[in-house]
Design a protein around this ligand. Structure first.
Ligand code: ATR
Length: 266
């Protein structure tokens, strides 16, 4: 039951109407018997939202597009990994001190670990906030990383920072990667027929991961399966980053299967 002592958590983003974060966090709070509720907010500015967290005593927040980078100057403390990545997706209100973390990085690594990351040649499509977290995670685990992005300058800058290679978007069809990770919104509703990586560069045995989870079975994953690749859907990383947030907020490991099932059935 919601009472005067119920703790409040939220997601800050724009748009957030399709976010599955409230569903999965509220399911986990209920499952663990924690007196807390999680809501979605679309603030006008991230500065005002961080101020509201302080004023209202909101216990924690998920931060999503387009605030992952712009939230940083408004925080009291940033975890070194989040500072290195340059993006924060999690806020923790520790007795009025607002701390920023990045759980996307480890969440991208988790579903790939059993397939092997070390010494693998990995092509990351995109150079935005998600790509940065994924790229740092892969490099930390010993991968050779290539960055392909529509805007060349962003790809070049990220490739330089992680000591990886830059690939022009139109050259993706010619490369030989062992793992492909799409971090762009290509293939997401309302344009689910868009393929984010050329079919001719997909080969049997490759591992193909998508961060897009609407639809769950993206055009990239469908095409990759036809080419006999191993596929990892977008809910894998989404649930892993949410589970790490939940642990930061409560100190408790949530049931990731429950979170995934909740996201799938609603
Ligand atoms: P996020 O935090 O989710 O990574 P972002 O920082 O806005 O969001 O990055 C979005 C990524 O998707 C970028 O790599 C973007 O490419 P640009 O840097 O060229 O903008 C990519 N992206 C979005 N729409 C795209 C499209 N229609 N074609 C190709 N790339 C696209």
């Amino acid at each position: 039951m919601i009472t005067a002592s119920t703790a409040l958590y939220c997601v800050l983003g724009s748009p957030v109407v399709h976010s599955k974060s409230p569903l999965i966090h509220n399911a986990a709070f209920k499952d663990k018997g924690i007196d807390a509720v999680y809501l979605a907010f679309e603030p006008q500015t991230i500065e005002a939202a961080v101020q509201a967290i302080r004023t209202l005593g909101i216990q924690g927040a998920s931060v999503t597009i387009p605030f992952k980078e712009s939230v940083i100057p408004h925080l009291d403390w940033i975890h070194p990994l989040a500072a290195k990545i340059g993006a924060v997706n999690t806020l923790v209100n520790e007795n009025g001190v607002i701390k920023g973390y990045n759980t996307d990085c480890d969440a991208a690594v988790a579903p790939l670990l059993s397939h092997g990351i070390e010494n693998k040649t990995i092509c990351i499509v995109g150079a935005g906030g998600a790509a940065r977290a994924v790229a740092f995670g892969m490099v930390a685990h010993g991968a050779r990383v290539m960055i392909a992005n529509r805007t060349r300058q962003k790809a070049k800058a990220l490739a330089k920072q992680i000591r990886g290679d830059f690939i022009p978007f139109e050259d993706m069809k010619n490369i030989q990667a062992e793992v492909v990770i799409n971090t762009t919104s290509l293939g997401m509703v309302p344009d689910p027929k868009i393929l984010s990586y050329p079919a001719q560069a997909l080969h049997p045995g490759m591992v193909v991961m998508d961060v897009v989870y609407t639809p769950l079975d993206t055009c990239l994953l469908k095409t990759a399966r036809k080419k006999k690749c191993v596929t990892i859907d977008g809910l894998s990383m989404f649930v892993a980053q949410a589970a790490a947030q939940f642990k930061l907020w409560t100190g408790i490991e949530p049931d990731q299967d429950l979170m995934r099932q909740t996201a799938l059935t609603h």
